[in-house]
Ligand binder design. Sequence first.
Ligand SMILES: [Zn+2]
Length: 233
Amino acid sequence: MSDILDIQFNDEEGRSGGNGRLDKVPNECPQCHEKISPIKWGGFFNRKNEDSDKTLEVVFRCPNNDCHEIFIGYYSKRSDRNDFYLRNTEPKTYSERLFSNTIKGLSVDFPRIFNQSLAAENAGLDQVCGAGYRKALEFLAKDYLLKQVKEDEEQEKIKSEPLATCIKNRIKDPSIKEVAKRAAWLGNDETHYLRKWDQKDLQDLKKLIDLTVHWMEAEALTAQLLQDMPNKE
Ligand SMILES: [Zn+2]
C-alpha cells in the first residue's frame, strides 16, 4: 500500500507526469474546518506555475460524514527532485463574525467593516485586510466616543481627530484605552510602508480588536447592572 505522502501526478496533457513526495497532507478541511486525515485523489502538475506556490495541485476529499467536500491542496516545488511543500488549500469557507447587541448598538459600521476585512483575509488578500481591520477599529473607537458626548461641536472634533489622539485623550476606561492604543499601533503598521512592530502581525491586531470589544462589552454590562441594581445601603 502506498504511503499517503507519495504522489503520482499527471501533466498538462493528462499523461503520467511522474512520482513525487508531499511534505504533508492538509490536516484541516477548508470547508467544514474539522481536523481530518483527508482522502487523496490525484495530483496535477502545472509547468507554467513551476516557480510558484501552485506547481502541484492535489485533489482531496474530506472524510467527515457531514462534509465530504472536495478541495485542492496547492504545493510548491523546492528542489530538483519532486519534493512538494503544502502552501494553501482552496476553496475556503468562513463564517461571518457575530457581534453582540451591545457592540452593534455602539457602532453600526464596525461589524460590517470587520467582516469585509475577514472576507478579504480568507480570500488570501493579506496585504489589504489589515488596513480594513484598522478602519474597523477606528469606527468602533470613534462611535464609542460619539455616544458619550452630546454637543455637536465636540462630536465633529472626535470625527476629525486622528485615531491615536482620540484614544489617548478621550477614552477614560484604562483597560479599553491601553488595549485600543496598542491595536491602533499595529493597525497603523498595516497601512504604512515601514512597520514599527515587525514581530507582531495581523493575528495580534485581531486579538487586540477582540480585547477592545471585550472591554467595551464589559463596561456596558457593568453600567447596565449598576442601573438595574442601585446601591441600597
Ligand atoms: Zn470537511
